[in-house]
Design a protein around this ligand. Structure first.
Ligand SMILES: Nc1nc2c(c(=O)[nH]1)N[C@H]1C(S)=C(S)[C@@H](COP(=O)(O)OP(=O)(O)OC[C@H]3O[C@@H](n4cnc5c(=O)[nH]c(N)nc54)[C@H](O)[C@@H]3O)O[C@H]1N2
Ligand SMILES: Nc1nc2c(c(=O)[nH]1)N[C@H]1C(S)=C(S)[C@@H](COP(=O)(O)OP(=O)(O)OC[C@H]3O[C@@H](n4cnc5c(=O)[nH]c(N)nc54)[C@H](O)[C@@H]3O)O[C@H]1N2
Ligand code: SF4
Ligand SMILES: [Mo]
Length: 683
C-alpha cells in the first residue's frame, strides 16, 4: 500500500491528509499527524473523502443536451462544438459576451480560478466572476483600505478573543481547536452571534440583532475613547484620522446601541473594557457572514478601527501580517472593465487595485437585461450556482437568455442538469497542483504544499487546466496554453516563488516559507496615502462612500421599511455552515446524510409559539421572491424573531428567498442575511 501525503481540497482549510492507495485505488484517508494545522485530525467531510471520490454521482463523460436529454459525446466533439459556438457568438455580440464563473473551489483550487480568468481574458472578455464578488473580498478590502495591506487574525497568541459572527466548529474546525486551546490556557472569549453557537458556552455570550454589528463596534469605540482606554502611544505615532473618529462616534453611545442592537448598554461597556484592557486582543470574525450584509464593508472597517486604536496590529495575538509568496500570475491584459466598475467604485477602483472579477450581483442582471451588452455564453466551473447563487429565480431567468451554457464539474449537480454541455472535471485527488497556499496563512503559519495526484483521473474526467487549455487551442488561442502536464503547470505557478518543485517534493507534508514579523510597521510603515493606519479614508469619500463607517439598517428591517416588515416580520439568516457539508456538495455521501438528513429552519420557542409551530413540523418560509417548505427546529439557541436556514439544499433551496437587488451599496454584495421573511403554518 502506498501512502501519499497531500491536502484535503474540500475546503479552504487545506488540512494535511495521508492518502492510502492500493492497486491504483484510494482505500483510506487519515489526517497528517505532522501537519501543524490539523495535527492528524479530519472533520466529518475529510473523513469521507473516499466515498466522495467514488460517488455514483460523478460525471463520467462529456455530455450534450439534445431535445432536453443528455447524450454522451466524445471530448473532441464537445470541445469542437463549444469552440465553434463561442466563435459564432463572439462574431455576433463581441468577445464580452463570454462570462466565466467559478465557485468556492475556484478559490481553494488555485488553478481553477487562474485558468478561468486566463481563458476569458485571452478570449477578450473581462467577464470573470467568482465568489470573491459575494464571499470575502470586502473583509480583505476593508483591511487594505485601513492598513494598506491585509493583516490576519492570530488567535493562537491572543489573550482576548472576540469571536464575531463566526462559528468555526462547523466552518473552520482547526481554528475552533486553536480557540479552545487558548481558552483552556486562560484567554477570555466573547462571542457575538444571534445564535448561541457551541463556543458561546466557553465564554461571555452576547446575542445581537442581525445586521447591527457596525453599531456595536462603534459604541465600543465610543466607550474606549470616553474611558481613555485606547493605545495612545500607538495611535499618536501610527494612526491618522483619530480626531475625526472621536467626533464621529460621539453619537454612538452604549444606550443608543442598546436600542439598535439589543445589546444592553452595560454589556457594551463590559465588552469594550475587556477587549481594550487585554494586551493581546483579537477580533476573529466570519469569513463571509458579516460581509454579506447591507452594511458589510463598513462593518469590516469598524472592526479594523477597533483593532487599530487598541494597538493590536502586527502584535502577537492581534491581526498580523503574514509573509507571502506570489505564485505566477496567469492573467492577460484585457480591454474594458469588469461589471460593477462604475457602479461600485470603492470595490473596483480603490487605490487602483482593480479586482480581476466583476460584481457577481450584476452578473445575472446583465444576462437578463443585456445591458450594457449581452452576455450569451456562461461557463460555470467548480460551482453549483443553481443552488448557491442568491436569488435562484433570477439565476434561472438569466440562463434562459443564454445561447451557450457549459458546466464543468466532477459531479452531476443541479447546475449541470441545466447546462447545454457538461464536462467531467477531476477532483483535487486526481491531479497534481497547489495546496496549502495561500489560505492557510489566515492561520498565520505560512506554508505551501504540492497537492499530489493520488489516483488517475476517474472515468473520462480531466484536470481543469487541461479542459481550458484544450478549448483554448480549439478557439485559436493555443499560444496562451503551452503546458502539457499537471507538473508543468504547477512548476510554472511556483516559478515566481523561489520555492522549487524539488523542495516541495522533499517536504511532502508542506514547506514552511517564512516567519511572522511582529511590529512590521516599524520597518515598512503602512502603505496607505498617509503612510499611517487610516481610520478615516479620504479616498473612500472621493469614491462616493463615507470615509468613516456608520450604521446602516438592513433594507428590509422593521426600522428601514416598517410597511415591508409588517408583511415579513421575521429576520432571515441564510447559510450557517454545517461541518458535514461544503456548499451544496456531499449530500449523497450516506454516512453524512445519516448525520444531517435534511435542512432545518432554526427558530426560537417564542417565534414557534407566535405561529403555533412544533419542533419538527414542516413550515413554509416566504419572501417576496419565493417560498420554501422546510422542517422547523425549535431551539432556545437563537434570538426570537430570527429564522436561520442553511444553503445548498435542493429540497429547500433558501436562495429562492433572496433578492440580487438587495445589496450592500458600497461593495455590491448581495445581502444573504438580515432580509425580511414570514413563516407560514402549513395545514
Ligand atoms: N462545513 C463547512 N465549512 C465551510 C463552508 C461550508 O459550506 N461548510 N463554507 C466555506 C465558505 S465558502 C465560507 S465563506 C465560510 C463561511 O464562514 P463564516 O462566515 O464564518 O460562517 P459560519 O462559521 O457559519 O459563522 C457565521 C456565524 O455568523 C452568525 N451571524 C449571522 N448573522 C449575524 C449577524 O448579523 N451578526 C453576528 N454577530 N453574527 C451573525 C451566524 O449565526 C453564524 O453562527 O465557511 C467556509 N467553511
Ligand atoms: N443563501 C446563501 N447562499 C450562499 C451562501 C450563503 O451563506 N447563503 N454562501 C455563499 C458563499 S460564501 C459561497 S463561497 C458560495 C459557494 O458556492 P459554490 O462554490 O457554488 O458551492 P459548492 O456547492 O461547494 O460548489 C462547488 C462545486 O465544485 C465542484 N468541485 C469540487 N471539487 C472540485 C475540483 O477539484 N475541481 C472542479 N473542477 N470542481 C470541483 C463540486 O462538485 C461543486 O459542484 O455560495 C454562496 N451562496
Ligand atoms: S476542515 Fe475538513 S473539509 Fe476542510 S480541509 Fe480540513 S478535513 Fe478537509
Ligand atoms: Mo464563501
Amino acid at each position: 500500500m502506498e501512502v501519499i501525503k497531500t491536502d484535503c481540497g474540500l475546503c479552504i482549510n487545506s488540512c494535511g491528509i495521508d492518502a492510502y492507495v492500493e492497486n491504483g485505488k484510494l482505500v483510506k484517508v487519515e489526517g497528517t499527524k505532522e501537519n501543524w494545522l490539523n495535527e492528524g485530525e479530519l472533520c466529518e467531510k475529510g473523513k469521507h473523502l473516499v466515498e466522495n471520490l467514488y460517488s455514483p454521482n460523478r460525471v463520467k463523460y462529456p455530455m450534450k443536451k439534445v431535445d432536453g436529454k443528455f447524450k454522451r459525446i466524445s471530448w473532441d466533439q464537445a470541445l469542437s462544438e463549444i469552440a465553434d459556438k463561442l466563435l459564432e457568438l463572439k462574431k455576433k455580440y463581441g468577445a464580452r459576451t463570454l462570462a466565466t464563473w467559478t465557485g468556492s473551489v475556484g478559490v481553494e483550487h488555485f488553478e481553477m480560478a487562474a485558468f478561468n480568468q486566463r481563458f476569458a481574458k485571452a478570449f477578450g472578455s473581462p467577464n470573470f466572476f467568482n465568489p470573491e464578488g459575494i464571499c470575502f473580498r470586502t473583509r480583505i478590502l476593508a483591511r487594505q483600505i485601513t492598513f494598506g495591506r491585509y493583516p490576519v487574525e492570530e488567535p493562537r497568541n491572543a489573550d482576548c478573543i472576540l469571536l464575531w459572527g463566526h462559528n468555526p466548529d462547523e466552518s473552520y474546525p482547526p481554528q475552533a481547536k486553536i480557540i479552545r486551546n487558548r481558552v483552556a490556557a486562560g484567554a477570555k472569549l466573547i462571542v457575538i452571534d444571534p445564535r448561541r453557537i457551541p463556543l458561546a458556552k466557553e465564554g461571555i455570550y452576547q446575542p445581537i440583532r442581525p445586521g447591527t454589528d457596525c453599531f456595536l463596534a462603534l459604541a465600543m469605540i465610543n466607550v474606549i475613547i470616553a474611558e481613555e482606554l485606547w493605545d495612545k502611544e500607538f495611535v499618536d505615532k501610527w494612526v491618522s484620522g483619530f480626531d475625526k473618529l472621536v467626533e464621529h462616534v460621539k453619537d454612538y453611545t452604549p444606550e443608543k446601541a442598546e436600542a439598535v442592537t439589543g445589546v444592553p448598554a452595560s454589556e457594551v461597556r463590559r465588552i469594550a473594557r475587556t477587549f481594550a484592557n487585554t494586551e493581546r486582543a483579537c477580533i476573529v470574525e466570519g469569513v463571509g457572514h458579516l460581509n454579506q450584509y447591507a452594511n458589510g464593508l463598513q462593518t469590516e472597517r469598524a472592526f479594523c478601527i477597533l483593532m487599530a486604536i487598541t494597538g493590536n496590529i502586527d502584535r502577537p495575538g492581534g491581526w498580523v501580517t503574514c509573509p507571502q509568496i506570489r505564485l505566477a500570475d496567469l492573467r492577460v491584459p484585457v480591454e474594458g472593465n469588469s461589471l460593477g466598475y462604475d457602479e461600485y467604485p470603492v470595490f473596483h477602483q480603490f487605490r487602483k487595485r482593480t479586482p480581476p472579477y466583476g460584481s457577481a450581483s450584476m452578473m445575472t442582471e446583465t444576462m437578463i437585461t443585456e445591458k450594457p451588452y449581452p452576455i450569451k455564453a456562461l461557463f460555470s466551473s467548480g460551482s453549483n450556482p443553481a443552488l448557491t447563487f442568491p436569488d435562484t429565480n433570477r439565476f434561472l431567468e438569466a440562463i434562459k437568455n443564454l445561447e451557450l451554457f457549459v458546466s464543468i464539474d466532477p459531479y452531476m449537480t443541479e447546475t449541470c442538469q441545466l447546462a447545454d454541455y457538461v464536462l467531467p472535471a477531476c477532483t483535487s485527488l486526481e491531479e497534481t497542483g497547489i495546496g496549502g497556499f495561500p489560505y492557510a496563512i489566515s492561520y498565520c503559519k505560512p506554508y505551501i504544499l504540492l497537492r499530489k495526484k493520488v489516483v488517475e483521473p476517474l472515468h473520462e474526467s480531466k484536470p481543469i487546466w487541461q479542459i481550458w487549455s484544450e478549448l483554448g487551442h480549439k478557439v485559436g488561442l493555443g499560444e496562451y496554453f503551452p503546458w502539457k502536464t499537471d507538473e508543468e503547470v504547477a512548476e510554472h505557478f511556483f516559478s515566481t516563488t523561489g520555492v522549487t518543485m524539488e523542495q516541495l517534493k522533499e517536504h511532502p507534508a508542506g514547506l514552511y516559507f517564512g516567519e511572522i514579523e511582529y511590529n512590521l510597521y516599524e520597518k515598512i510603515g503602512f502603505s496607505t496615502e498617509t503612510k499611517k493606519i487610516e481610520l478615516y479614508s479620504e479616498e473612500m469619500e472621493r469614491l462616493g462612500a463615507s470615509g468613516l463607517p456608520g450604521h446602516f439598517e438592513p433594507q428590509q428591517s422593521h426600522v428601514a421599511d416598517p410597511v415591508f416588515a409588517e408583511q415579513y416580520p421575521e429576520v432571515l439568516l441564510t447559510g450557517a455552515r454545517k461541518e458535514e457539508y461544503i456548499g451544496a456538495q456531499m449530500r449523497d455521501v450516506p454516512a453524512l446524510r445519516i448525520r444531517v438528513p435534511e435542512p432545518e429552519a432554526e427558530i426560537s420557542p417564542i417565534t414557534a409559539k407566535k405561529y403555533d409551530i412544533m419542533d419538527g413540523e414542516m413550515i413554509g418560509v416566504q419572501t417576496p421572491r419565493g417560498r420554501i417548505k422546510i422542517k422547523a427546529k425549535v431551539t432556545p439557541d437563537i434570538l426570537p424573531g430570527v429564522v436561520s436556514i442553511p444553503h445548498g439544499w435542493a429540497m429547500a433551496n433558501v436562495n429562492l428567498l433572496l433578492d440580487t437587488k438587495v445589496r450592500d451599496e458600497v461593495s455590491s454584495y448581495i445581502t444573504m442575511r438580515g432580509n425580511g421573511c414570514r413563516i407560514v403554518k402549513l395545514g
